[in-house]
Write a protein that binds this ligand. Structure first.
Ligand code: NAP
Length: 302
């Protein structure tokens, strides 16, 4: 058997087109577009490239985008004052603080200062609580789990009554996706098991999964014998396993590998996401969706 590929690169294009269309409609009717600010402290090349991609995507879908770059020695109080300014700015619907922050700044304090109604990353404790309650309480689901759920839905995989096994229990992927899949509603109603490093027989749990979501950060952790024939396998892992020269640019680029032994797994699974090109492109896409939702909430049209 050769599994059907679920491509984040394709789903991203569909969703960004939908967002672009909706932004134009809202602009015509209400005279407003979603506003997104990214706050970048310092000059880490990785952070600059993440922020640039977010800003470029926001621009592409017609948002009002602001890139606020701050020096690495900005005082914590000054950063908190900046967040307060954007909390009060009606043209801004989403506030992103690029992590990591320099050591002299308390990351938690900064993230918790963001107005939960502008926390489009979905990491504020208020939004984590809303996610746990589920239903209409949810305003912003965290972007990577939201992307995973959207991929499963758009691939046409049945989630209601499905056995879902999540490998990993991090606050950004494992725990939130487990909570989301167990809720009532679209793309959910599943029976969920979460496994981690203290789980006794990971393979046995994984083999029961109709939908296997792997977010461990261990290249090739999931072997073919972990997979139930026909299962949907979502590989969240992004692991740098080496470097190569890009044919396009001639520059050095990372060789990326997922948490699943892809070549063997695709012969057993019914659906599978590749790495790269699978879950990766969904995170920024869902960030755009959350920012659009934030404007819609503020206009009372969500
Ligand atoms: P994390 O915070 O390091 O958490 C990893 C989780 O996996 C932990 O709960 C850990 O268990 C569990 N785990 C590690 N090794 C395991 C093993 N051998 N068997 C079973 N469980 C194991 O990682 P994360 O932030 O969730 O990220 C996971 C992966 O997803 C990484 O490769 C990351 O780069 C990738 N990622 C991709 C995206 C994206 O594509 N947009 C976004 C976020 C993350 P314990 O809790 O017991 O230690």
């Amino acid at each position: 058997m050769s599994a059907k590929l679920i491509l984040g690169t394709e789903i991203r294009e569909q969703i960004l087109e939908e967002i672009t269309k909706e932004v134009a409609e809202i602009k015509a009717k209400h005279g407003k577009v979603p506003g997104l600010v990214t706050i970048l402290v310092g000059e880490s090349p990785a952070s600059i490239s993440y922020v640039t991609l977010k800003i470029q995507t926001a621009h592409r879908v017609g948002f009002h985008e602001v890139q606020d770059n701050q020096p690495p020695d900005i005082a914590e109080a000054a950063l908190l004052a900046l967040i307060d300014k954007y909390n009060k700015d009606e043209s801004i619907n989403g506030i992103l603080v690029q992590l990591p922050l320099p050591k002299h700044i308390d990351e938690k304090k900064v993230l918790n200062a963001i107005d939960p109604d502008k926390d489009v990353d979905g990491f504020h404790p208020v939004n984590v609580g809303r996610l746990m309650i589920g239903g209409n309480e949810v305003k912003f689901a965290p972007c990577t789990p939201a992307g995973i759920q959207e991929m499963i839905v758009r691939a046409g995989v049945e989630t209601s009554g499905a056995e879902v096994v999540v490998v990993g229990r991090s606050n950004i992927v494992g725990k939130p996706i487990a909570v989301m899949m167990v809720q009532k509603g679209r793309g959910a109603n599943s029976t969920v098991t979460v496994v981690h490093t203290r789980t006794k027989d990971i393979a046995a749990h994984c083999r029961r999964a109709d939908i296997l979501i792997v977010a461990a950060g261990v290249p090739g952790l999931v072997k073919p014998e972990y997979i139930k024939p026909g299962a949907c396998v979502i590989d969240v892992g992004v692991n740098r396993v080496g470097e190569k020269i890009s044919e396009k640019t001639g520059k050095k680029i990372a060789i990326l590998r997922g948490d699943v032994d892809f070549d063997a797994a695709k012969e057993i699974a019914g659906y599978i996401t590749p790495v790269p090109g699978g879950v990766g492109p969904m995170t920024i896409t869902m960030l755009m969706k959350n920012t659009l939702m934030s404007l819609k909430y503020s206009l009372g049209i969500a």
